[in-house]
Write a protein that binds this ligand. Structure first.
Ligand code: PEP
Ligand code: MG
Length: 307
C-alpha cells in the first residue's frame, strides 16, 4: 500500500472520469514544511499562524513574521500558500494580549474579532504577509467570519496596508488571493453574499460542526454528539460550494473532514475545488481521488444529502 502511495507523487489528482481537485496540506509550524514536501502536496491550504504568537513572550514583530512567511513561500516554489491570520481567543493562553476571562470562549472574543479591534496587531501581520508575497504565491485567509461587513472592514485595512507599503516603496505581489474561512453557520448561510467579496472560501469543518451542532469540540464528554457527517453539515458544505461557484469563488475544505476518505466522492460530487489535509493524509486522499468515478455516483450522493 505504501509503495502504491509513493507512486502517486508527481501524478495528477484526477478521477477516472476526468475531474480534477487540488490536494493541499495544513501546517502549524515552519518545520512542518518537510512533511509537505515529502508528501508532494500541491500547495498549503492552511498555515495556522498562531504559533508565532503562542511561542512568543510578546507580540511577534513584523520582521519575525516576515521571515517565517518568506521561508514557507520560498520552500513551496510558486505553489499556492494560504496563510491564515491570527486565530487566538480566550481559550488560548497568550498573556500579553490581556484578553478578558470568558465563560464561553469558543463563542467569545477571538480571531478576526480581536484583529478588527486591534488594527495595530492586524496591520503588523498584514504588512509582513504582503512583504513576503514576492517570494512565492500567497493567499491570505481570515478566520471566524460571520458577516459581509467584517469582510469589507478587512478589505479596507488591507488596502490601507498596501497603500502604506507603496508609499514606502516596498514591493509586494499584485496577485495575492484573499479568502475567508467558512466555519460559522452564519457564514455558510450567507455564502452567496460573501462570495462577491473574496477570491476563495475554505470551509473549516471543525468549527462549522461545533457551531452548527452546538457541541463544544474540546469537550471529550460530548464526543458522541460531535458528528461532522450530520446532514446539516453536508448540506451546508454543498450550499457553500454552489454559492461560491455562482460568483466565481473557488471553494476548499481545510477542516479535518476534508481528509475523510469515506467522503472524498461526496466532496468531488459537490464540486469542491481543493482539499487541504494534514501532510500525512495527502497521498491517501490522492489515492481516493484517482479511484473515484464521480459521474456514476454523483446524482445518488447529492440526492441523499438533500433528502
Ligand atoms: C476548522 O475550524 O475547521 C479549522 C480548520 O480551523 P481550526 O481547526 O484551526 O479552528
Ligand atoms: Mg476554526
Amino acid at each position: 500500500h505504501l509503495e502504491m502511495l509513493e507512486q502517486l507523487k508527481g501524478k495528477e489528482n484526477i478521477t477516472k472520469d476526468g475531474q480534477t481537485v487540488r490536494v493541499y496540506a495544513n501546517i502549524g509550524h515552519v518545520p512542518d514544511l518537510d512533511y509537505v514536501l515529502e508528501n508532494d502536496a500541491g500547495g498549503i491550504g492552511l498555515f495556522r499562524s498562531e504559533f508565532l504568537y503562542l511561542d512568543s513572550a510578546d507580540y511577534p514583530t513584523e520582521e519575525e513574521q516576515f521571515e517565517a512567511y518568506k521561508t514557507v513561500l520560498e520552500a513551496m516554489k510558486g505553489k499556492l500558500v494560504i496563510i491564515r491570520t491570527l486565530d487566538i481567543g480566550a481559550d488560548k493562553q497568550v498573556d500579553y494580549f490581556e484578553l478578558p476571562k470568558e465563560e464561553n470562549p469558543a463563542m467569545g472574543f477571538r480571531a478576526i474579532r480581536i484583529c478588527l479591534q486591534r488594527p495595530d496587531v492586524f496591520k503588523t501581520q498584514l504588512r509582513a504577509l504582503f512583504r513576503a508575497s514576492t517570494y512565492g504565491k500567497l493567499g491570505i485567509m481570515f478566520p471566524m467570519i460571520i458577516s459581509v461587513e467584517e469582510v469589507q472592514k478587512i478589505k479596507k485595512i488591507v488596502e490601507e496596508v498596501k497603500a502604506e507599503l507603496k508609499a514606502e516603496n516596498v514591493t509586494f505581489a499584485d496577485d495575492v488571493e484573499l479568502g475567508i474561512m467558512i466555519e460559522t453557520p452564519a457564514a455558510a448561510v450567507i455564502s452567496d453574499d460573501l462570495a462577491k467579496e473574496v477570491d476563495f472560501f475554505s470551509i473549516g469543518t471543525n468549527d462549522l460542526t461545533q457551531y452548527t451542532l452546538a457541541v463544544d469540540r474540546q469537550n471529550q464528554e460530548l464526543e458522541n454528539f460531535y458528528d461532522p457527517h450530520h446532514k446539516a453539515i453536508l448540506r451546508l458544505i454543498k450550499r457553500v460550494v454552489e454559492n461560491g461557484h455562482k460568483h466565481g469563488t473557488w471553494v476548499g475544505i481545510c477542516g479535518e473532514l476534508g481528509a475523510d476518505p469515506t467522503l472524498t466522492e461526496t466532496f468531488l460530487s459537490m464540486g469542491v475545488d481543493e482539499l487541504s489535509v494534514s501532510p500525512s493524509k495527502v497521498l491517501e486522499v490522492r489515492a481516493k481521488v484517482r479511484e473515484a468515478d464521480v459521474g456514476k455516483v454523483k446524482d445518488d450522493i447529492l440526492k441523499s444529502i438533500e433528502g
